[in-house]
Design a protein around this ligand. Structure first.
Ligand code: GLN
Length: 539
């Protein structure tokens, strides 16, 4: 099978939604029967985003094989319902690391190692690596950053070479730009797009399709003008209007015939009409909810739109089977205290305590969990949220007042959450957490079992600390149930409180595995419990 390659670049500004456009195109191609994967190349020096804090880079997404990746990979999985892997996200740092390792090994046989050809060759290798798996008919490669940035240059050069080497019919470039609306003039302006395309051309790359982000309709005249200035046919100028939800974008792109223009350009058959029935069913239900539940999300990065992206999307997915709109109310854990807790969280039907690192905001999380436990508000603690649930239980039920996580207080007498054994010798911070998919065995007759409907599950992880098994029997004696355990290591994966209608802490991140086609059981269960909570109050 010869693979076709589509590169997606961005111009004018960042944050235009290249990830969503790439995922939407992939969805349309997938729905026509093509096997597609999407890859993200990120032009920064970090080897992966695992060492970046959410203020810098939003959420760090994690794949089954333990890659810490850009959050766009989350969109790819949520849209396509196909897992991604290490190979789907590569940064400049990783490219240079590989090249420098090869140089140190002597692989370049005495040659001077240079950006061209060595870095560009390595970039191309990263792309063909996916193509050569033989699994995909189409590989979509999204190039992070904006054309014209110094960092992007080697990538654009690699695209230029790639098209030359793999042939015009096999490789194409989609350029995403902004067409701003000038209110005072009452006009859409195409000049930034023209300049952005010129920049790309000056680097040797002619885009095949322009996707123009715009707040207003791009009329035929504007399309013609853009086409004329950018050497394109009119049907290759695609309008991308702001959408109500990201899940509308595949349908909007279908209306604009993006998939047809792409297939035509790559000399691929149209095959069948996209079968988007399930996708449309999802959207119809999403847009016509029967009720609304309020979910409180407690974390310390709540002011950032992207910090908890996968959790927010998992809630959207979980609302649909419950015919429910989700009103997510964010709470900054540093602003929660004993006095204001009722006022802050009194009106929500369920509480999620988010993942996180470090001591800041810990007290507020513990207060929120105590409130959820005592008032029987449905609760889901994710990763640090689960660890906080254990600390709260130890402090307030077992009366171990200084119980803590070793991460927060290495001198505590009661490290109910401790550093994992294999973490004790770790020096480098990058890529060294317990990462990726691990198995978990669920105990029958527990809430976890009811929710998953099975005893063997696999979920994705990203943490260094773990439940300290020395406290297990003491906690069990006081009513905590350890309903999910890793069968190989004995690490605790799920804790729950049977006296409570829905109280679950999970050491893993269920949000990474929720997709439109497959909303995650835990989030579905939480929303169901929230609906029950709401109906009990209004009954
Ligand atoms: N900081 C905790 C740990 O490393 C939790 C991590 C998380 O929430 N992802 O174990």
């Amino acid at each position: 099978m010869s693979t076709k390659y589509i590169f997606v670049t961005g111009g004018v500004t960042s944050s235009l939604g290249k990830g969503i456009i790439s995922a939407s195109l992939a969805k349309l191609l997938q729905s026509r029967g093509y096997s597609v994967t999407i890859q993200k190349l990120d032009p920064y020096i970090n080897v992966d985003p695992g060492t970046l804090n959410p203020y810098e880079h939003g959420e760090c997404y994690v794949t089954d094989d333990g890659a810490e990746t850009d959050l766009d990979l989350g969109h790819y999985e949520r849209f396509l319902n196909v897992p991604t892997s290490q190979a789907n996200n590569v940064t400049t740092g990783r490219i240079y690391q590989t090249v420098i390792e090869k140089e140190r090994r002597g692989d370049y046989l005495g040659k001077t190692v240079q950006i061209i050809p060595h870095i560009t060759d390595e970039i191309k290798n990263c792309v063909t690596k996916l193509g050569n798996t033989g699994i995909y008919e189409i590989v979509i490669t999204e190039i992070g950053g904006t054309v014209g940035d110094i960092e992007s240059l080697p990538y654009i050069e690699a695209v230029r070479q790639f098209r030359y080497e793999y042939g015009f019919d096999n490789v194409m470039v989609i350029h995403l730009t902004l067409v701003p609306y000038l209110k005072a003039a009452g006009e859409l302006k195409t000049k930034p797009t023209q300049h952005s395309v010129k920049t790309l051309q000056s680097q040797g790359v002619q885009p095949d399709i322009l996707v123009c982000r715009t707040e207003h309709e791009l009329g035929i005249e504007q399309k013609k003008k853009i086409a004329l200035f950018c050497n394109l046919s009119e049907n290759a100028v695609i309008e991308s209007r702001d959408a109500d939800t990201i899940y509308d974008v595949p349908l909007l792109m279908k209306e604009e015939k993006l998939d047809q223009v792409v297939l035509d350009r790559l000399k691929l058959q149209l095959r069948e009409e996209p079968s988007l029935r399930k996708w449309k069913d999802f959207l119809t239900k999403f847009k016509n909810p029967k009720r609304t539940v309020k979910i409180g999300l407690v974390g310390k990065y709540v002011e950032l739109q992207d910090a908890y992206k996968s959790i927010l999307e998992a809630l959207v997915h979980a609302g649909v089977p419950n015919e429910c709109a989700i009103d997510i109310v964010s709470y900054h854990s540093e602003e929660i205290d004993e006095e204001n807790i009722e006022k802050q969280l009194g009106s929500v039907q369920a509480i999620i305590v988010a993942p996180g690192f470090g001591r800041r905001g810990l007290a507020g999380k513990i207060i929120a969990i105590k409130y959820a436990r005592e008032n029987k508000v449905p609760f889901l603690g994710i990763c640090l949220g689960m660890q906080c649930a254990v600390i709260e239980f130890a402090r307030n039920v077992l009366n171990l007042k200084d119980a803590n996580s070793y991460e927060m207080d290495s001198k505590t007498d009661h490290a109910v959450i401790d550093l994992m054994e294999e973490q004790k010798s770790v020096i480098d911070m990058g890529g060294t957490m317990r990462l990726g998919a691990y198995e978990c065995e669920i105990q029958p007759q527990t809430l976890a079992h009811r929710i998953y409907g099975r005893t063997d599950i696999s979920e994705r992880h990203r943490h260094r600390f773990e439940f300290n098994n020395e406290y297990k029997s003491q906690m069990e004696g006081a009513g905590m149930v350890f309903s999910g355990i890793n069968p190989k290591s004995g690490l605790v994966e799920i804790v729950e409180l049977p006296e409570h209608p829905f109280f679950l802490g999970v050491q893993f991140h269920p949000e990474y595995k929720s997709t439109v086609a497959n909303p995650h059981a835990l989030f579905k269960g939480l929303i169901e419990a929230a609906v029950n909570e709401m109906e009990a109050v209004t009954a």
